[in-house]
Design a protein around this ligand. Structure first.
Ligand SMILES: Nc1ncnc2c1ncn2[C@@H]1O[C@H](COP(=O)(O)OP(=O)(O)OP(=O)(O)O)[C@@H](O)[C@H]1O
Ligand SMILES: [Mg+2]
Length: 309
């Protein structure tokens, strides 16, 4: 549904996107992540036709973004990083404006506005001036304008930036819902939301793709280790020392009675851990295996990239 081939973008001499290629299949929700200045917004602006690439090419729903830019744009909805909302328009007039801008048939606009207002839960605010809406609701208006023309593909640049946790949860839910009908490329502002929303991630760093896989695969691919969280009552230093002696345990850290045990991915020392704690005369309150968090993966990948340069 989205195909990107050898896309490169220079701003003057600054290389912002460096020969990247990737695909997003129909129905996928893919996280496009990377640190600040990685090239996320630049890539998204190219895909949505706001910026011309220096070289390379891309297709949206099989329409080439350069040679068939109008068709490509008709198939894409875009929530930009900074939404150009008109604060002196009501939600309704703004959506009407956005629909006309997208060339929608006049007789379809009114009913479609009702639909998107329903999807984005904006019913109460439809006749309120955008300038009077809270950030979270403005963000939803941004999503509403992105889907107004029923595009197949959605590109959302940091859809939850600057909004409170309750609104974040609602936006997450909205994106998940949208994912049932749309193919979505999403640049998430906070990493935990990626593992909740996305099936796959593409990680970009200094304009290059450094990883592309499911979160699960990425975590086992790069870590070569897994983690176990424990809660143990007992003298922390002694407990940690004992845990470190167990075969397969690579590292142990602790904070009060909570321990993180890193062990080699090929071994499962859980029963040995339990034995050791019982033998020490301590009490095991909980034990769980945890996958590496996306933050861990992310930091590790970008650090490895820097080392290899
Ligand atoms: N209009 C522009 N003119 C010149 N350089 C630009 C322009 N827009 C972006 N850049 C540069 O291109 C690089 C990539 O920027 P981009 O905005 O794509 O990053 P990003 O991954 O979206 O970062 P962020 O997480 O901060 O939004 C940066 O070094 C940035 O300074
Ligand atoms: Mg950006």
């Amino acid at each position: 549904m989205i195909r990107v081939e050898n896309l490169t973008k220079y701003y003057g001499k600054r290389l912002a996107v460096d020969n990247i290629s990737f695909n997003v299949e129909k129905g996928e929700i893919v996280g496009f992540l990377g640190p600040n200045a990685a090239g996320k917004t630049t890539t998204m602006r190219i895909l949505t036709g706001f910026l011309a690439p220096t070289s390379g090419n891309a297709w949206i729903a099989d329409h080439n973004i350069l040679s068939h830019s109008l068709e490509a744009r008709q198939n894409i909805g875009y929530l930009p990083e900074a939404i150009p909302l008109y604060t002196d328009m009501t939600v309704r007039t703004y959506l009407d404006f956005a629909a006309r801008l997208r060339g929608m048939a006049k007789n379809r606009i009114k009913s479609r506005i009702d639909e998107v207002v329903d999807i984005c839960h904006l019913e109460e605010y439809i006749d309120v001036l955008i300038g009077k809406l809270s950030k979270g609701f403005r963000q939803r208006v941004g999503v509403a304008q992105a889907i107004i023309h029923e595009p197949k593909v959605l590109i959302l640049d940091e859809p939850t930036i600057g909004i409170d946790p309750i609104q974040v949860a609602m936006t997450r839910q909205l994106i998940k819902e949208l994912g049932k009908e749309h193919t979505i490329l999403l640049s998430p502002h906070i990493l935990p939301e990626v593992s909740v929303i996305c099936q796959r991630v593409i990680i970009i760093h200094e304009g290059k793709i450094v990883a592309m896989d499911s979160i699960k695969n990425l975590s086992s691919l790069i870590s070569g280790s897994k983690r176990i969280h424990l809660e143990v009552t007992g003298p922390a230093q002694k407990v940690a020392e004992r845990l470190r002696r167990i075969e397969g345990v690579l590292r142990v850290s602790y904070d009060d009675s909570h321990y993180t045990v890193e062990c080699s991915a090929t071994q499962d020392p859980r029963s040995k851990i339990m034995e050791a704690i019982v033998q020490g005369g301590w009490t095991l309150l909980s034990l769980e295996s945890v996958e590496m968090s996306l933050e861990d993966i992310f930091l590790k990948l970008t650090a490895e990239e820097e080392k290899s340069q």
